[in-house]
Design a protein around this ligand. Structure first.
Ligand SMILES: C[S@@+](CC[C@H](N)C(=O)[O-])C[C@H]1O[C@@H](n2cnc3c(N)ncnc32)[C@H](O)[C@@H]1O
Length: 307
């Protein structure tokens, strides 16, 4: 299935400034946002497109040949290192569209999908050591329960973690469908009839394997740093924990002083606001978009502008 970009126009509209400026797409994926960005920019614009998934990068870069675009296989967590000296502090706009792309979900052997059988992998960057197999077969029951409960917001996290440990004590759990069966058997029958019972656990394991929350925390300060004054960063999240990280970071960096409100005297040294929050409330997709793209339902877009 082709990846449908979420909040496409809202995102691109919110970051476009100089039509011949420098733009960065930190999460290339299927290139939906990139394509729209390229379409709206002038001949002299430059766009840096990053993805940590080499297969995604190859597929999309072949589809989108354009001299203005430089494709880079990397983790956006090292954003600053990927830019030349003259690019750092000169970006007009940055897009960060978190999560997985349809290409990853639809490639069974990558192990992201609970619908098809594959090795337990789920790595976005296949050169990384940690795979879903390691999380499932070697993490402690407490860690598994915590991951499934927090990252998956799965109320049966403890039960599922217990069942995983009981099964792996008999033999290693090697495939996605083995894991699905264990989850199905661990949750109440009523729950099995609602949404797919493995959906939340798979999301949780994927977030842990790819340290997705750590990546967001890592990229935000660099995104602000590489923008030029007036430049904007747009972040689309699909998970409440991700959104909280972005919201808190934007609030903290938009304040001139970070002392608690009730403190009478400033002791933080008078931090200077680095950004202005463009939208106090996150922008969310309308009903029409949610109806045509299920993935859009949990999306939230936050935008900040460098001062
Ligand atoms: C939701 S998709 C992006 C979709 C894209 N905006 C589009 O319109 O087609 C997210 C992409 O970001 C990539 N990604 C996730 N975390 C990353 C990271 N830390 N560094 C670089 N790429 C990352 C994933 O591999 C995936 O291809």
């Amino acid at each position: 299935m082709v990846h449908k970009p979420v909040l496409l126009y809202e995102t691109i509209d919110s970051i476009i400034g100089d039509a011949n400026g420098l733009y960065i797409d930190c999460t290339l994926g299927g290139g939906g946002h990139l394509q729209e960005l390229a379409h709206r920019l002038g001949e002299k614009a430059r766009i840096i497109a990053i993805d940590r998934d080499a297969d995604v990068l190859e597929q999309t870069s072949q589809k989108l040949t354009d001299d203005r675009i430089k494709f880079i296989h990397a983790d956006f967590r090292v954003l600053k290192q990927l830019l030349d000296k003259d690019e750092c502090g000169n970006a007009d706009g940055i897009v960060i569209d978190l999560g997985v792309s349809s290409f990853q979900l639809d490639t069974p052997e990558r192990g992201f999908s609970f619908h098809s059988d594959s090795d337990l992998d789920m790595r976005m960057d296949t050169s990384q050591k940690l795979r879903a197999w390691d999380v499932i077969n070697t993490f402690s029951e407490a860690d598994l329960a915590n991951i499934i409960f927090r990252y998956g917001e799965e109320r049966f996290g403890r039960k599922i973690a217990r069942a995983i440990v009981q099964e792996r004590d008999k033999k290693d759990i090697n495939t996605t469908l083995e894991l699905v069966e264990i989850i199905k058997n661990a949750v109440p029958a009523k729950y099995r009839r609602e949404k797919h019972p493995a959906r939340k656990t798979f999301q949780a394991i994927r977030i842990a394997v790819n340290d997705e929350l750590g990546a967001v925390e890592g990229v935000l300060p660099q995104a602000i740093e590489v923008l030029k004054p007036g430049g904007k960063v747009a972040v689309i999240t699909f998970h409440s924990l991700e959104d909280r990280i972005v919201k808190k970071y934007f609030i903290a960096k938009s304040r001139n002083c970070i002392c608690p409100d009730q403190q009478p005297v400033c002791t933080c040294g008078g931090q200077k606001a680095e950004i202005k929050i463009v939208n106090r409330k996150p922008i969310v997709p309308g009903e029409e978009e949610c109806l045509s793209n299920n993935r859009a339902r949990s999306a939230k877009l936050r935008v900040a502008q460098k001062i």
